[in-house]
Design a protein around this ligand. Structure first.
Ligand code: ADP
Ligand code: MG
Length: 754
């Protein structure tokens, strides 16, 4: 056991030394150790150097004055001082190191403190060991009683134990120190505990605060939750309300939608049809200009074709018309040739207010319903019939237009004769052909013959509202000339003259009273002309009207008791138509002589005296000369007594040759005029009947009773048939009484022969 204890002690010592080395194993300790070792080395080096120095000094004294030694000695002394300086430095260093060592020792003390713990443990161990030692001592005591050998051991052990006791003491002191340390530590611990307690208190406080905060938080949370709930409720309520409202609205909208849908359903087909219509319309509109153009083109083509057709038809018609016209003209000429170039028409005027009233104004003239050339006159209870080329009844109108109402107006009012005409013979229509032949170059004479008031002027001139042959003839001439204007140039001139008492006067001249002479043309053509006779070139109806007005003013009209406006002179309107065919250069000249003869009434009846009588004689003579000429022409006698009167002489070239003559015998139907009417009609018939065939004419001429009548008439009028006496030469006139008695006998004779 001692052995083990010793071993243990050793172990302990080793442990301690180990620990100490462990503790001193720091860099400072090592450094200290190192420095100590260095110090030791330097001290020894210094001792060695001192020894050397002493050696050297001794040598110096010994060899004495040896130069090299002295030098070496100086060097050595120098070395020595250097070394001494070094030693001084080293000593300073050593002091520093000592200081350092002190520091290190302090540090070591600290480290020793740390060692205390382990030492405490060691103390305990030692306690235990001491207890064990006591045990062991007890055991040893018990063992003392045992053999001596053992006593010795015990002694050694006791020696050993003393050392151990010293170590123990040291250890105990150390232990005490450590206990002190522990106390200190306990103190620190107590402080720490106190600190802990305070901190725990603070913690509790904090915890309480936290609790408070938590409670508050909880409360706030609850409040918040409540608020949230309230808001939620509010929100829900609002949502519900909105929802219900939306539902209501939705329902309304749905209803609307349904209505709209039904509308839409009904509208859709309409829309479809509309769209269709629109499309078709659009197409139509698009196609319209094209269509229009097409239509226009076709229409234009059609129109132009139609126009062309019409044109060609027109041309054809015109061609046909011209041909027909030609034919007609030919036929007319043929007819005229057959009928003779002289024709006699009779025209009966209506009863007028001038005829008065009663039996005197009764109608004495009747017509044949079947023959428009026959006229019956009731004279002194006997009906005498006359046949002329044509007879116009009172209803006959001036114009060529048929089926009209003709008003036979009487100047100054009075009784009017209003007659409805179903189909009348129109005067001018019969005259037309004559007028137009004037354009072809024929000479034409139209005479109005009859007693004053029988309607001569009416027939020739007419009234303003109802113009007569004059105006109509000229109008016709103008229109005909216009129609031929394409090929012909025409110049129409007009002259107006009057023969009064066998004196020719120019009605359009400046000197109306000047008597004009009829002379032969100096060119030897045998043509007659009147030097100084005014010619007016006329181009329109207006021109003619002016000419007529001008002529009228100058016309000598005298009042007789038969007719207020009885004309006592022959009035002539001479229209000359000169034509030039531009293509052929053919020239034509036609003359139209419109003659309003003076009244044919017998002088005795008018009761004229003096100049009136002379007038009547002149008139009768010239009329009888006209009758003679016409008679001679119609009976184609070798000699025609043109020179018997101024009138016939003037109209010579218009009565002879190819000329055409129309005698319009005017008669009054009044009872009181029957004898004059009879005279006129007899004159007409005589002039006309001559022409009935050349053979019979000749045979008739010999036995014709009217020859006698003529002679009687001529004697009565103071002229002899065939006499070449120059006109105007006066003859002894028979008395009116003789005239009437003789004419009556002639009339009787004529009637029986008729
Ligand atoms: P003339 O010239 O022979 O002396 P007028 O021409 O002066 O005769 O006619 C005498 C009257 O008779 C005029 O008032 C005229 O208007 C009228 N008269 C003549 N003929 C007709 C007739 N056919 N229709 C109507 N009135 C006529
Ligand atoms: Mg007249």
């Amino acid at each position: 056991q001692v052995e083990t204890l010793k071993a243990k002690l050793l172990e302990q010592a080793q442990e301690i030394s180990r620990l100490r080395s462990e503790l001193g194993g720091t860099d400072a300790e090592k450094h200290r150790d190192l420095l100590a070792a260095e110090n030791e080395r330097l001290r020894q080096e210094m001792k060695a150097c001192e020894g050397e120095l002493r050696e050297l000094q001794r040598q110096q004294q010994a060899p004495c004055r040896d130069c090299p030694h002295l030098q070496e000695n100086a060097g050595l002394q120098e070395q020595l001082s250097q070394l001494q300086r070094e030693a001084e430095e080293t000593r300073a260093k050593l002091v520093e190191l000592d200081l350092e060592v002190q520091q290190k020792t302090n540090r070591l003390a600290e480290v020793e403190l740390r060692l205390k713990d382990s030492l405490a443990e060691r103390a305990e161990e030692e306690e235990r060991l001491s207890r064990r030692l006591r045990d062991s001592q007890e055991t040893i005591a018990s063992l003392k009683s045992q053999p001596q050998q053992i006593k010795y051991i015990i002694k050694t052990v006791e020696v050993e134990s003393a050392k151990a006791k010293q170590a123990l003491c040291e250890t105990q002191s150390r232990n005490q120190y450590l206990q002190e340390q522990v106390g200190m530590q306990k103190q620190v611990l107590k402080e720490m505990e106190q600190q802990l307690q305070s901190s725990q208190k603070t913690e509790a406080q904090l915890r309480a605060q936290i609790m408070m905060y938590e409670a508050e938080l909880e409360r706030a949370h609850g409040q918040m939750l409540e608020e949230m709930q309230a808001m939620e409720e509010e929100k829900n309520h609002a949502i519900e309300e909105a929802f219900s409202r939306a539902q209501v609205e939705m329902k309304a909208v749905h209803e609307n939608l349904a209505g709209v849908r039904t509308n839409l359903l009904t509208l859709q087909p309409a829309l479809r049809t509309l769209t269709h219509d629109y499309n078709s319309l659009k197409r139509q509109v698009r196609d319209f200009p094209l269509l229009l153009q097409e239509t226009l083109r076709s229409a234009r083509a059609e129109i132009s074709q139609a126009i062309e057709e019409v044109h060609s038809t027109n041309r054809e018609l015109l061609r046909k018309y011209r041909r027909e016209l030609q034919l007609r003209k030919k036929c007319h000429n043929e007819l005229v040739r057959l009928k003779g170039n002289i024709r006699v028409f009779g025209r009966v005027r209506p009863i007028t207010k001038e005829d008065g009233e009663g039996p005197e104004a009764a109608n004495a003239v009747t017509f044949d319903a079947d023959d428009d050339a026959v006229l019956h006159l009731l004279h002194k209870g006997k009906q005498v019939s006359f046949e002329l080329d044509k007879v116009f009844p009172p209803q006959a109108s001036q114009e060529e237009v048929g089926a009209t109402v003709h008003t036979a107006g009487v100047r100054g009012g009075g009784s009017h004769l209003l007659l409805t005409l179903p189909c009348l013979l129109q005067v001018f229509q019969e005259v037309q052909a004559l007028v137009t032949s004037c354009i072809d170059g024929y000479n034409v004479c139209i005479f109005a013959y009859g007693q004053t008031g029988a309607g001569k002027t009416y027939t020739m001139e007419g009234t303003a509202a109802n113009p007569g042959i004059n105006q109509r003839a000229l109008q016709l001439l103008f229109s005909e000339v216009r129609g031929k204007a394409a090929d012909w140039d025409y110049a129409i001139t007009v002259s107006a003259a009057e023969i009064y008492n066998e004196a020719l006067r120019d009605l359009l001249g400046k000197e109306p009273q000047e008597k004009l002479e009829i002379k032969l043309c100096p060119d030897g053509s045998g043509q007659l002309y009147v030097p100084g006779l005014t010619e007016f070139r006329v181009q329109s109806v207006e021109d003619i009207n002016k000419v007529f007005e001008f002529g009228h003013i100058k016309r000598v009209t005298e009042c007789t008791n038969l007719n207020e406006h009885s004309s006592r002179s022959h009035a002539l309107l001479i229209v000359t138509v000169r034509g030039l065919d531009r293509s052929t250069g053919l020239r034509t000249t036609g003359k139209l002589n419109l003659v309003d003869l003076a009244g044919s009434e017998r002088v005795g009846r008018s009761g004229a005296e003096g100049s009136r009588l002379r007038e009547a004689q002149h008139i009768n003579k010239s009329l009888s000369a006209l009758g003679d000429v016409i008679y001679a022409l119609r009976s184609r006698q070798g000699h025609v007594p043109f020179r018997n009167s101024k009138l016939t002489y003037l109209l010579q070239d218009s009565l002879s040759g190819d000329s055409k003559t129309l005698m319009m015998v005017q008669v009054s139907p009044a009872e009181k005029n029957t004898s004059e009417t009879l005279c006129s009609l007899k004159f007409a018939e005589r002039v006309r009947s001559v022409e009935l065939g050349p053979v019979s004419r000749k045979a008739e001429l010999g036995s014709w009773p009217s020859q006698e009548h003529l002679e009687v008439l001529k004697t009565l009028l103071g002229d002899s048939p065939g006499s070449a006496a120059p006109p105007g030469r006066g003859h002894a006139s028979p008395s009116p009484g003789q005239l009437s008695s003789r004419s009556a006998s002639i009339r009787r004779k004529l009637q029986t022969s008729g």
